[in-house]
Design a protein around this ligand. Sequence first.
Ligand SMILES: CCCCCCCCCCCCCC(=O)SCCNC(=O)CCNC(=O)[C@H](O)C(C)(C)COP(=O)(O)OP(=O)(O)OC[C@H]1O[C@@H](n2cnc3c(N)ncnc32)[C@H](O)[C@@H]1OP(=O)(O)O
Length: 160
Amino acid sequence: MSTSPETTIAGALTPHHDRCFVCGPCSPAQVELDLRCPGEEGIVGDVVLDARHQGVPGIAHGGAIAAVVDEIAGSVLTRLGVRFVTASLTTTYHAPVMTGERLTCSAWIESTVGRKRTVVVELAGAAGRVVTGRALCVDVPEEHFTRLGLGSEVTDLFGR
Ligand SMILES: CCCCCCCCCCCCCC(=O)SCCNC(=O)CCNC(=O)[C@H](O)C(C)(C)COP(=O)(O)OP(=O)(O)OC[C@H]1O[C@@H](n2cnc3c(N)ncnc32)[C@H](O)[C@@H]1OP(=O)(O)O
């Protein structure tokens, strides 16, 4: 399999599986996400939230934005083959995100301490930064999922 960034993104980052409610094509709320890997670490891309994701009419729901932040942060780690879960997520809303507005995103690992990685996600519109998110992600063993009765449908997602 080719390891070029475009192939990596198309094959693994968006979507990571068909039924993911944020990125999956089977999701009625699928968010338009186009993520690219510019280098060894971190990702950049475009995001559009639409009328399915609004809270106040015309403005994207903060919870939907937080889900997108979680998705992008997770994509940074799954791309590197890190098996993790999100332990904590903070989202700072600097300005409203309008539905239909095309945002650019960039995300990178800010710090790694033991099993904990903090991933920063920035979203910007034409007028500048609109959201900064921080996901605290904790590395977990395969048993984290297998003890829940989950198998390769989950464990195979990491490192693809
Ligand atoms: C699921 C992913 C799918 C991926 C597919 C592709 C995805 C792409 C995108 C989708 C993305 C979707 C992603 C999703 O939606 S993941 C789904 C949502 N998240 C979860 O289900 C996680 C639920 N929580 C847990 O399972 C446990 O609590 C974990 C595993 C997190 C820790 O329990 P564990 O017993 O294993 O470890 P520990 O308690 O010794 O903690 C270890 C260290 O971490 C620190 N700590 C812990 N919690 C917090 C906290 N809240 N704030 C600050 N710190 C915290 C803690 O102090 C300690 O630090 P230190 O003492 O070592 O310094």
